[in-house]
Design a protein around this ligand. Structure first.
Ligand code: NAD
Ligand code: GLY
Length: 369
C-alpha cells in the first residue's frame, strides 16, 4: 500500500492506494468519531462490493447502514441527493455518523455534497472504485450535483477524512470506463508534467491491459499532482483551475448531449483536443504536440473529436462555466505540452474556427452509452 497526504492543516487527510483495502478496517477506524457509518453506493457497485466492505466494518464493531442509489450521471441531481437525506433521517443518522461514498465520481460527488449539508456537515470518507475517481474526483473536496443548465453548478467544497483507493476494484470496471479515467490521468501530464506524459506514452498498453504495477504508478502520480494543487489552492482562486483542462468544452458536451450520453472522461478528452486546437490557432503550441495528444487519447480508447453540437449550444453551455468572470469565458490553454495556463484573453475568431472544425460538423468517435 502507498500513502499520500493532502496537506490542509487540521483538515489534512491520507490517500491510501493499493490492493485489498476494502478488507482493512484498521485504515478506517481512526477516522470515525463514532462507531457508526452509512455507506452510499449504487445498483452497480453495491452488488459487487457493498457486502464485503460492510462486513469489514461490522467485524470491527462498526454499525453500518447503506443507501443504494440508481446508477448514472443522469441521477446526479436534487432528487437523488434527497434520497440520501431521506435515508439519513429515517436511519436517525447523527452529526458524528460518517457518510462513506463507495463508487465512482458520481457517487463521490453526491455523497460529499450530502455530507456537507446534512446537519450542516458530517464526516465523510471516499472509497473510489473507478479509475477516474481514484485519480481525481475522490481527492480535493469538490462535491456537488448537475443542473439541467450546467454541469456541477450546485455544490460545496467539503474535504473527506480519508480516501481509500482499493485498486482491486478496477478489475470489474468496464473498458470504456477505464478509458474515461485515463483522460484525467493524461490531464496531469498535459498541464504540469511532461515526463509523466512521456511515461504514459510508453506505458499506455500496459495500463489498458490493467497491469497492476502500471496502474498503481499512474494513480499515485496523479494523486501526487492533485494533492499538491489542492494543498496550494483548495478553493480554486488560481492554479487549481488548470485541473479543468478540457472541462469548459467537455461540460458543454456533457450537458449538450444529455448527461450520461458521453462519459465525463470522454467529454474531457474531446474537450482537451478542442483546447489544443484553440491554442494552436492562437500560435501557442506546435501541431506535433496536438498530434501527440491525439495519439495518446486514441491509444487509450478516447475520442479526439467533439460531437456535432451547434456553436450556439457550445457558447450557451460554456457561458455558465464556473470559470466565467465578468461574463467572459476563460479557457485552460497550452503554452506547450506539459504547461497550461488559464486565460480569458482568447481570440474569438479562433474559437469560432475551433468549434466549427472540431466541434461542429465533424462526426465524433461517439459511442452511445
Ligand atoms: P461514474 O461514477 O458514473 O462511474 C462509472 C460507471 O462505472 C458507473 O456505471 C458505475 O456504477 C460503474 N462502476 C463504478 N465502479 C465500478 C467497479 N469497480 N466495477 C464496475 N463498475 C463500476 O463515473 P466516474 O467516471 O467515476 O465519475 C464521473 C463523475 O465524476 C462526473 O460526474 C464528474 O463530474 C465527476 N468528477 C468530479 C471531480 C471532483 O473533483 N469532484 C473530478 C472529476 C470528475
Ligand atoms: N477536477 C477538478 C478539480 O478537482 O479541481
Amino acid at each position: 500500500m502507498q500513502t499520500l497526504t493532502v496537506s490542509l492543516g487540521d483538515r489534512s487527510y491520507p490517500i491510501h492506494i493499493g490492493p485489498g483495502l476494502l478488507d482493512r478496517a484498521d485504515l478506517v477506524l481512526p477516522h470515525l468519531p463514532q462507531k457508526r457509518a452509512v455507506i452510499v453506493t449504487n445498483t452497480t457497485v453495491g452488488p459487487l462490493y457493498l457486502e464485503r466492505f460492510s462486513k469489514t466494518l461490522r467485524d470491527a464493531g462498526i454499525q453500518v447502514d447503506a443507501v443504494v442509489l440508481p446508477d448514472g450521471e443522469a441521477y446526479k441531481n436534487w432528487e437523488t441527493l434527497n434520497l440520501i437525506f431521506d435515508a439519513l433521517l429515517t436511519q436517525r443518522a447523527e452529526r458524528k455518523t460518517t457518510l462513506i461514498a463507495l463508487g465512482g465520481g458520481v457517487i463521490g460527488d453526491l455523497t460529499g455534497f450530502a455530507a456537507a449539508c446534512y446537519q450542516r456537515g458530517m464526516p465523510f470518507i471516499q472509497v473510489p472504485t473507478t479509475l477516474l475517481a481514484q485519480v481525481d474526483s475522490s481527492v480535493g473536496g469538490k462535491t456537488g450535483i448537475n443542473h439541467p443548465l450546467g454541469k456541477n453548478m450546485i455544490g460545496a467544497f467539503y474535504q473527506p477524512q480519508l480516501v481509500l483507493a482499493d485498486t482491486d476494484t478496477l478489475s470489474t470496471l468496464p473498458q470504456r470506463e477505464l478509458s474515461a479515467g485515463m483522460a484525467e490521468v493524461i490531464k496531469y501530464g498535459l498541464i504540469r508534467d511532461e515526463a509523466f506524459f512521456v511515461w504514459l506514452e510508453q506505458n499506455a498498453d500496459r495500463l489498458m491491459a490493467r497491469d497492476t504495477e502500471a496502474l498503481i504508478h499512474a494513480i499515485r502520480r496523479s494523486c501526487e499532482h492533485k494533492a499538491e494543487v489542492v494543498a496550494a489552492d483548495e478553493r480554486e482562486t488560481g492554479q487549481r483551475a488548470l485541473l479543468n483542462l478540457g472541462h469548459t468544452f467537455g461540460h458543454a458536451i456533457e450537458a449538450g448531449m444529455g448527461y450520461g450520453v458521453w462519459l465525463h472522461g470522454e467529454a474531457v478528452a474531446a474537450g482537451t483536443m478542442l483546447a489544443a486546437d484553440l491554442s494552436r490557432r492562437m500560435g501557442l503550441i506546435h501541431p506535433t504536440d496536438q498530434e501527440r495528444m491525439a495519439a495518446l487519447f486514441r491509444r487509450t480508447g478516447l475520442p479526439v473529436a467533439a460531437p456535432s453540437l451547434s456553436e450556439a449550444v457550445y457558447m450557451d453551455a460554456m457561458g455558465v462555466d464556473k470559470k466565467v468572470e465578468g461574463g467572459r469565458i476563460r479557457f485552460v490553454l497550452f503554452r506547450r505540452l506539459g504547461e497550461a495556463f488559464v486565460s480569458g484573453d482568447y481570440d474569438p475568431a479562433a474559437l469560432r474556427e475551433t468549434l466549427t472544425a472540431g466541434g461542429c460538423g465533424v462526426e465524433a468517435a461517439h459511442r452511445p452509452a
